[in-house]
Write a protein that binds this ligand. Structure first.
Ligand SMILES: Cc1ncc(C[n+]2csc(CCOP(=O)(O)OP(=O)(O)O)c2C)c(N)n1
Ligand SMILES: [Mg+2]
Length: 678
């Protein structure tokens, strides 16, 4: 009893930790048995009751078991590709988790996520298969707690392999900077697949990483569940009392291979045997007996009860139906339709003011809306999208961030899961490269992988386009990179009316919306813009439906499909073409994804010709998509092959002549239209 009393640990807590560890261990052994059964030929991952890869965590139980006594259901946990012990420790529904692992309809994600992508919204647990990706969403959830004055904590797990990920460093920095209630846990099992931590990380102790972020840390040696509990207790208390984050690193070990089937050529054969000799469960059991916290019989009863729970969960999963093939099509986008018609015509505003007005009105109405990004505060955004918001809503809700796009854009998924409606600004779309993982693999897919249980109401605003000599890294458009990813919506306003309405729609949408504004349409005093982008904007709130194109000029002779900047070129061209007796119809797509096929097809039914015009690269781009819609679904209505004007497949050049040579223009449109129909 002495040790426990000295440390101030309640005996029932120790027994709960023991129970959790035993349950996790037996669970892994059971899952392994089921997984390996029927894997013929040996380790054929496509065969057997459990699809896919399997990463087991037997041996690592001490890293997580403390959660069973120190965390509440409403605390958040973000875990890794090796998640079962963490899920069990957080109290995730074992029936649904097992069903998910078996790919069943009754699973946590209805069979869409699988063992690396478990989401339990009741227990606020999530995990992911991208190494290092647990950290940004934990920062987001923690930010939400802090903003709401709650005493919750968010816990993020990562392996030794995640120690050198940018997402980890950026998240540590944000958490420390903003004093967020996050606990970062590094489970150092020495191996990242076959790479030993000595060959990846030049640190004496992983916890030393915290020094660079002015963050307190704890190092737990020897896979010790009690030391881990004590370290975590301090970290949880620190977080709950508003003192900020802690990094805990624990030396742990995994008994099985990186995945089931791993030939383990990289580690000495006797390593596991030596590790098992100091098994943490056995050690804790001995300690409990020595301290007389429970008798042998009581311990046996605990173990049997864990086994029973597991058997029940396996039975539930095995008895559950498989999903049908076409169930795959559900849960890509959250439903929800709203329409708010404008009541007045309003006054003329440039696009940047229309955008900030829309955001401002939504922020006033809905306290869950907040805006984060670089220079979005006092500065009002490099392109003015947040003009006036900082003054009105203050630094908490209009939040300047360090240049850490992975962390703050990644944090938006945690904010959304915790009930916020974040808007995050990627200053230039060209910077997408440093933050694509959170967008592509988490924000876009969490709703689907969770079987429609975790919504991601996030707006990512980003500036697009060239025409002002900013060259190859600040002038791109890149619609298709976003539009290609299921789960994302992509909107592109061409004028101030649409800009405000689409922004309000995007904020209210329960799905992630990429809001792409063209710099040359914003109406900024220091950048030329077409007068036709400055139109009347109603003062009150209204929506522009996402997924609905607009015919901005009706005509009978040819359909010009355009978006953003090219709408203005198309309108100018249509005016000129009139002089030659050509009556062009101009479609402003307004939404790139989902694209409005109906409006395109109805138009070509009338005109028989289609020209798609876009400022993005030609190959695999928006113009390719428009042409494929016309050819595949409207072929019978076409009098000649559809054509396109797009950016040539070259990086954007700097010098004026070269850039204007490459950009679409009204002259190019006029010339192509005449070639097509005269
Ligand atoms: C960003 C990323 N890079 C590489 C991988 C492939 N991969 C999956 S697990 C893993 C090793 C991870 O090691 P560690 O973080 O120590 O976790 P452990 O497997 O030891 O639990 C690698 C390289 C991945 N999933 N994500
Ligand atoms: Mg590892």
């Amino acid at each position: 009893m002495v040790i426990f009393l000295q440390e101030g640990i309640k005996s029932e807590d120790m027994l709960t930790i023991y129970y959790t560890m035993v349950k996790s261990r037996h669970y892994e052994e059971k899952i392994r048995e089921i997984y390996l059964n029927d894997k013929k030929p040996l380790f054929n991952i496509a065969a057997g009751k459990i699809p896919g890869e399997m990463h087991l965590s037997a041996g690592q139980e001490p890293t997580a078991a403390w959660m069973s006594v120190l965390l509440r259901d409403d605390d958040f946990v973000y875990s890794t590709h090796r998640p079962h012990h963490t899920a069990i420790s957080k109290g995730v529904d074992l029936n649904k988790m097992t069903a998910e692992i078996m790919g069943k309809k009754t699973g946590l994600g209805h069979g869409k996520g699988g063992h690396m992508h478990l989401f339990d919204p009741q227990k606020h647990f999530a995990c992911a298969g991208i190494v290092g990706s647990s950290f940004p969403p934990a920062v987001g959830a923690a930010l939400s707690f802090k903003l709401d004055g709650k005493d919750n904590v968010a816990v993020a797990f990562g392996g030794d392999g995640s120690l050198n990920q940018g997402m980890f460093m950026e998240s540590m920095n944000l958490a420390s900077l903003w004093k967020l209630p996050v606990i970062f846990i590094i489970e150092n099992n020495e191996w990242a697949i076959s790479v030993n931590v000595k060959d990846s990380t030049p640190l004496i102790r992983d916890s030393d990483r915290a020094l660079g972020f002015n963050m307190p840390s704890k190092y737990v040696p020897d896979n010790d569940p009690i030391q881990m509990y004590l370290a975590a207790k301090e970290a949880v208390e620190r977080a709950r009392s508003g003192k900020g984050p802690t990094l805990i690193s624990i030396d742990t070990y995994r008994y099985y291979g990186h995945f089931e089937g791993d030939p383990e050529v990289y580690r000495p054969k006797d390593e596991v045997k030596n590790l098992m000799a100091k098994d943490p469960i056995k050690r804790l059991r001995d300690q409990i007996l020595n301290e007389k916290l429970a008798s042998e019989d009581e311990i046996e009863r605990l173990e049997n009860s864990a086994l029973e729970e597991i058997d029940q969960a396996v039975k539930f999963a095995e008895d559950s139906p498989d999903p049908d093939g076409n169930d795959a099509l559900a849960d890509v986008y959250a439903p929800g339709y709203y329409e708010q018609e404008p009541k007045s015509r309003g006054r003329k505003l440039p696009m940047y003011m229309a955008i900030s007005e829309g955001i401002s009105q939504e922020m006033e109405k809905d306290s869950s809306v907040l805006y984060m990004g670089e220079d979005v505060g006092v500065y009002g955004g490099i392109f003015g999208a947040t003009t006036g918001l900082y003054k009105k809503f203050g630094p908490e809700r209009v939040r300047d961030t360090p240049i850490s796009e992975s962390a703050f854009i990644g944090a938006s998924s945690g904010l959304a899961a915790a009930g916020k409606r974040p808007i995050v600004e990627l200053m230039f779309t060209d910077f997408l490269g440093v933050t694509f993982d959170p967008i592509m693999n988490h924000i876009a897919k969490n709703y689907y992988m969770s079987g429609g249980n975790v919504k991601m109401p996030i707006v990512i605003t980003t500036a697009i386009g060239g025409g002002y000599g900013d060259a190859a890294q600040h002038s791109q458009t890149l619609f298709p990179i976003f539009a290609h990813i299921p789960g994302l919506k992509v909107v592109v306003p061409s004028n101030s009316y649409d800009a405000k309405g689409l922004m309000i729609s995007a904020i209210r949408d329960d799905n992630p919306v990429i809001y792409m504004f063209h710099k040359g349409l914003m109406g900024l005093p220091w950048m030329p813009y077409p007068q036709s982008s400055v139109v009347e904007v109603p003062e009150e709130e209204y929506t522009v439906p996402i997924g609905k194109a607009k015919i901005v000029k009706t005509g009978n002779d040819i359909t010009i499909v355009s978006v953003g900047s090219t709408v203005h070129m198309a309108l100018e061209a249509a005016d000129e073409l009139k002089k030659d007796g050509i009556d062009a119809e101009v479609i402003d797509l307004r939404t790139v994804k989902p694209i409005d096929k109906e409006t395109i097809l109805n138009s070509i039914k009338k005109t028989g010709y289609m020209l798609a015009v876009d400022e993005d690269y030609e190959s695999y781009g928006l113009t390719s998509e428009a042409i494929s819609i016309a050819s595949e679904l409207g072929f019978k209505d076409l009098k000649t092959a559809p054509r396109r004007i797009a950016y040539p497949d070259i990086p954007v050049p700097y010098s004026r002549n070269m850039e204007s040579f490459s950009l679409p223009s009204s002259e190019k449109i006029i010339k192509t239209v005449k070639e097509m129909i005269m």
